[in-house]
Design a protein around this ligand. Structure first.
Ligand SMILES: Cc1cc2nc3c(=O)[nH]c(=O)nc-3n(C[C@H](O)[C@H](O)[C@H](O)COP(=O)(O)O)c2cc1C
Length: 227
C-alpha cells in the first residue's frame, strides 16, 4: 500500500499523537524536516523562530528538571500570558470541553477519575514517550504578530514530519514551565519559549491515538462576499 503524500492528504491525515514508540529518530531526519519547515512564510521574512531539539540525555534532563518543579510547586505557572483567556466563552468553551471528553473516552478515564486524568496530563511532560522533543522560542521583544509566524513554522514542521511517516503533538503544556526549561537548556536570555513538540513514531496500538478531533464546517467560520 502506498501512502498518499499529496499536501492535502498529509494535512487531512495529521493528528496530534499522544503515545509514541521508543523507536529513535536520527538527527539527520530532524535536520531534513527543519530544512523543509524553514520555507514557512513570515511577515517581513523575519523568520523569528528558534528551535532547540532534544533527544537522549538532553531530553531526559528537561523531563527531570520539569518533574522536580512539578513536585516542588505543582500549581506554579511560569506562563505570564495564560494559555487561554480566563473564562472561555461559546463556542470555544464547548469545543475545548468536547476535545477533552473525546480524548479521555479513548483511554477510558471518566470525569470522576481526577487522578487518572492528571496522570495523562502529566505524560505531556515526558513528550508522551516520544524520543525527540522540540522547543520553539523567539526573541522576547517580538510582538504577537511574530508569535503567529512561529505558529506557521510549527505547522509546516508538523506537516513535513507527517509526510515522512513521523508523528507529532504540539505541546503548550510546556509553557507552564518555560523558565525551568530555558534554564535547563541554557537558552540565551533574550529567548522566550512558546511551546514544545513531541516527535517520533506513533504507537499504532495506543487507544489515545485513535482520536480524530472534530472541526466545524467551512460555512460556520467563513463568509464569502462578492462572488
Ligand atoms: C500550539 C498548540 C499547542 C498544543 N498543546 C497541546 C498540549 O499541551 N497537550 C496536548 O495533548 N495537545 C496539545 N495540542 C493539540 C491540540 O489539542 C490539537 O491540535 C487539537 O485538539 C486538534 O486535534 P488534532 O491536532 O489531532 O487535529 C496543541 C496544539 C497546538 C496547535
Amino acid at each position: 500500500m502506498t501512502t498518499d503524500t499529496s499536501l492535502s492528504a498529509v494535512m487531512r491525515r495529521r493528528i496530534s499523537t499522544r503515545a509514541f514508540l521508543d523507536t529513535p529518530v536520527s538527527e539527520a531526519e530532524i535536520r531534513d524536516l527543519l530544512d523543509t519547515a524553514r520555507w514557512a512564510a513570515s511577515g517581513g521574512n523575519l523568520q523569528p523562530w528558534n528551535v532547540h531539539v532534544v533527544a537522549g540525555e538532553a531530553r531526559q534532563r528537561v523531563i527531570d528538571a520539569v518533574r522536580a518543579r512539578l513536585q516542588a510547586a505543582p500549581f506554579e505557572d511560569e506562563n505570564e500570558f495564560g494559555a487561554y483567556p480566563n473564562k472561555l466563552w461559546e463556542p470555544y468553551r464547548t469545543r475545548r470541553f468536547e476535545l477533552g471528553e473525546q480524548m479521555y473516552k479513548t483511554i477510558g478515564i471518566p470525569r470522576e477519575d481526577k487522578a487518572g486524568r492528571l496522570n495523562h496530563l502529566l505524560s505531556n511532560f515526558e513528550f508522551f514517550g516520544a524520543p525527540v522533543g522540540i522547543f520553539f522560542s523567539l526573541d522576547k521583544e517580538m510582538n504577537p504578530n511574530q508569535w503567529g509566524h512561529l505558529g506557521m513554522f510549527i505547522m509546516a514542521l508538523m506537516l513535513a514530519a507527517e509526510e515522512k511517516g513521523l508523528a507529532t503533538c504540539a505541546q503548550e503544556a510546556w509553557m507552564t514551565r518555560h523558565k525551568t526549561i530555558a534554564t535547563t537548556l541554557s537558552l540565551a536570555d533574550d529567548q522566550r519559549i512558546w511551546c514544545g513538540l513531541a516527535l517520533g513514531h506513533a504507537d499504532p496500538e495506543a487507544p489515545v491515538n485513535s482520536l480524530r478531533s472534530e472541526r466545524v464546517k467551512v460555512e460556520e467560520f467563513a463568509v464569502f462576499d462578492g462572488f
